[in-house]
Design a protein around this ligand. Structure first.
Ligand SMILES: [Mg+2]
Length: 234
């Protein structure tokens, strides 16, 4: 029997499906920008990915500061069509606000709220995300002690800083008393596993396990989450 005291959760693709939300937020923000400044040549997806690479090369911190990365991408586009630098700054900030609001227009998977509510009665709960969603924007946020983003620790999972910072919130909890729940095989499961953290893999897309380490316990429906944790750890 293991003595779990803290459960940490990934957000994107663990609590909700993020792909369509980001695409919609991006397209609507682009439209908003064009209404503001006129036509912008956005380029193809691979242009966009190359932009990201170039920007990260110029400034490594953009790898974990994805909000600034997005703003810098907007800046490049606006530089091509707007002359006034001060005006560009204010448009970027407004565009980003626009994007981030829409980025939170997520639909939680069925059963998440109930599972988190029940788990919060027995465990400390926290969020560890590489993204820029803020769990405290949602009603469910009240069940969490803390949330750690890549910006907070200047690093991305699977690196240790997210996990290490989670422990800072408590005096008497060690890695082997944490259970981390997430969808990503490397960022969530491998990253936690090599530190001695227990793992639970959310695999609602039923993908095959592809890492060398043993396949962890998994679930594909949030309605099964609490009883699975009870079976394994209680
Ligand atoms: Mg994820």
């Amino acid at each position: 029997m293991k003595n779990i005291k803290l459960i940490t959760f990934d957000l994107d693709d663990t609590f909700w499906d993020i792909g369509p939300v980001i695409i919609k937020a991006e397209l609507e923000t682009r439209e908003w920008l064009q209404e503001k400044v006129g036509d912008i040549q956005w380029g193809s997806l691979s242009d966009f990915l190359n932009y990201r690479k170039e920007l990260i090369k110029e400034n490594n911190s953009l790898e974990w500061d994805i909000s600034l990365l997005r703003k810098e991408i907007y800046r490049r586009k606006l530089d091509e069509v707007v002359m006034d630098k001060i005006k560009i700054d204010s448009i970027i900030n407004e565009a980003y606000q626009n994007f981030i609001d829409k980025r939170h227009a997520v639909t939680f998977y069925e059963g998440v709220f109930d599972a988190i509510k029940r788990l919060s009665k027995k465990y400390h709960l926290g969020v560890l995300t590489n993204g820029n969603a803020d769990i405290f924007r949602f009603d469910i946020g009240k069940f969490f002690d803390f949330s750690i983003s890549s910006l907070d620790v200047k690093s991305n999972k699977p690196a240790e800083p997210h996990f290490k910072k989670a422990l800072e919130n408590y005096k008497n909890i060690s890695y082997n008393q944490i259970l981390h729940v997430g969808d990503h095989q490397i960022n969530d499961i491998y990253g936690a596993h090599i530190l001695g953290i227990n793992t639970l893999w959310f695999n609602n897309k039923n993908v095959e396990w592809s890492l060398e380490i043993a396949e962890p316990n998994k679930f594909n429906n949030w309605k099964e989450c609490v009883s699975l944790i009870e079976d394994i750890y209680e």
